[in-house]
Design a protein. Structure first.
Ligand code: FAD
Length: 433
């Protein structure tokens, strides 16, 4: 009999909760990774850098396992079908994995649970991706927090060394099943092309953290960690990172708390992950579905240089600075009055660190429909944001080289008029509710 450990968005051998419990199960452990066609078939770009990232991470896991005479089973297909074959072909006692809180993953895991249960195979899911799950931080009344500040206070109060302890997986590596698997399916075999994008390193410099509070809002300074993609796919451990944050930067720790916050919002209020506004009244807003305007925003040709710089950064490298994400998202939903869901989907397609909970949280915050949002009548002015956060226009000049020449377009909307149009549309909708 064997135990299977199923890797998903936790692509590391070190400090991995589910893997640790699998290795201590008493059964020889066979690791598994599935290139999931339910997800892959929906990707629009055949050169999606995220696939290259995942492929590389899985290959590295395999290399490390092979040094221990162990291996990883790597499948390409539909998880339900794959699991049906696995239970038919192997004598499996237990299956371990780490909880994934997104709606697709939750439904998929329910289906796998049923397949395993028919054969009396135990399916154990572990907390690994967050410090605190949805039921762990609740208000005095036992309900989830919907405002960040009290949530973060309660989060910090609950935190102690126990929650940040690494799982010592290495001590138990001898419990991997000793075998030799077949080759990884190549990207090309799965219909994708390798990208030669330079991914950011999987560690954060202590000096960066020390300067983080004062520099993180200035996009030209590149003073943020870029660790998002590693958190997304689990190539770093959130516990390691939170320990480092606790030692060097409370502001950075706070950002990691935002991550937990939006994860618990998605778990406790699943409607946000299914296309609905967190505050339902905001679904009464009459959005403009102007394709030409949306295209200008996507391409970074709005005539507002900070917005354009952000969109071009996103299109070029799959990353956008947080301050600029707020400005571009606000510009789409408020200045252009275009449904934030279109922007959310565009970011989802482009961001290497795309994460449903954080992306949805960020978009609904910007559109005013989310948790903890500023009142809708507070509308970012993209020009003054640029003056304040890119005073020497370094970020703008880097991404919009033609800024200041005839080639650069006039602003596509007038700030004042757009602001009025937005206030009117929001007011009409919210008065109805
Ligand atoms: P750092 O500033 O170095 O922060 C470290 C980590 O903290 C981040 O990697 C991230 O995991 C977490 N974090 C920081 N800010 C937030 C936040 N506001 N909400 C949740 N987690 C946070 N973040 C994503 O991880 N994926 C997304 O798809 C995403 N979409 C966003 C969309 C919009 C409209 C907005 C306004 C924000 C979005 N964010 C998203 C949050 C934030 O912009 C990014 O996490 C951050 O810019 C990533 O860069 P970094 O790794 O250098 O962050």
């Amino acid at each position: 009999k064997i135990a299977i450990f199923w890797f998903r968005r936790d692509l590391r051998l070190h400090d991995n909760a589910g893997l640790y419990y699998a290795l201590r199960s008493g059964y020889p452990v066979v690791p598994l990774f599935i290139f999931d066609r339910n997800i892959l078939d929906d990707l629009e770009e055949k050169t999606d850098a995220r696939l290259t990232f995942i492929h590389k991470a899985v290959s590295e896991i395999r290399q490390a396992l092979r040094q221990k005479e162990a291996d990883i089973m790597v499948e390409y297909g539909f998880p339900e079908k794959i699991w049906e074959n696995l239970v038919a072909g192997h004598d499996i006692a237990e299956v371990y994995t780490n909880t994934d809180y997104e709606p697709y993953a939750t439904d998929r895991d329910k289906a796998i649970y049923r397949i395993l249960k028919q054969k009396d195979i135990v399916f154990k899911t572990c907390k690994d991706q967050v410090i605190f799950e949805k039921q762990e931080i609740l208000s005095g009344q036992g309900s989830p927090y919907t405002v960040f500040t009290p949530y973060s206070r309660a989060w910090k109060q609950k935190l102690n060394d126990f929650y940040l302890k690494s799982y010592p997986t290495k001590k138990y590596f001898r419990h991997f099943h000793q075998w030799h698997g077949s080759a990884l399916p190549s990207l090309r075999e799965m219909g994708f092309e390798k990208t030669d994008y330079d991914f950011p390193p999987a560690d954060v410099d202590d000096t960066l953290l020390k300067n983080y509070a004062k520099e993180r809002d200035f996009p030209a300074m590149e003073a943020t960690s870029r660790i998002g993609v590693h958190l997304r796919f689990g190539t770093v451990s959130i516990r390691d990172l939170a320990r480092q944050a606790r030692a060097h930067s409370d502001t950075f720790l706070n950002e990691l708390i935002w991550r937990d916050f939006y994860q618990q919002i998605l778990s406790n209020f699943p409607h946000v992950g299914k296309g609905d506004a967190f505050r339902k009244a905001y679904d009464l807003i009459k959005w403009r579905y102007d394709k030409a305007d949306f295209k200008k925003w996507c391409e970074g040709k709005t005539g507002y240089p900070l917005v354009d710089a952000g969109m071009r950064q996103l299109n070029a490298i799959g990353f956008m600075h947080n301050r600029v994400r707020m400005v571009t998202a606000s510009f789409l939903s408020k200045h252009l009055l275009i449904d934030w869901r279109l922007g959310e989907a565009y970011f989802a397609q482009k961001l290497l660190d795309y994460d449903l909970a954080a992306n949805n949280g960020g978009w609904q915050w910007a559109a005013g429909s989310g948790t903890d949002a500023a009142p809708y009548f507070r509308i970012f002015n993209p020009a003054s944001q640029a003056e304040k956060f890119d005073p020497k226009m370094e970020y703008i000049k880097k991404w919009v080289p033609e800024f200041g020449t005839d080639e650069y377009p006039e602003p596509m909307v007038d700030h004042k008029e757009a602001r009025e149009r937005c206030l009117q549309a929001y007011k009409t909708a919210l008065d109805k509710a």
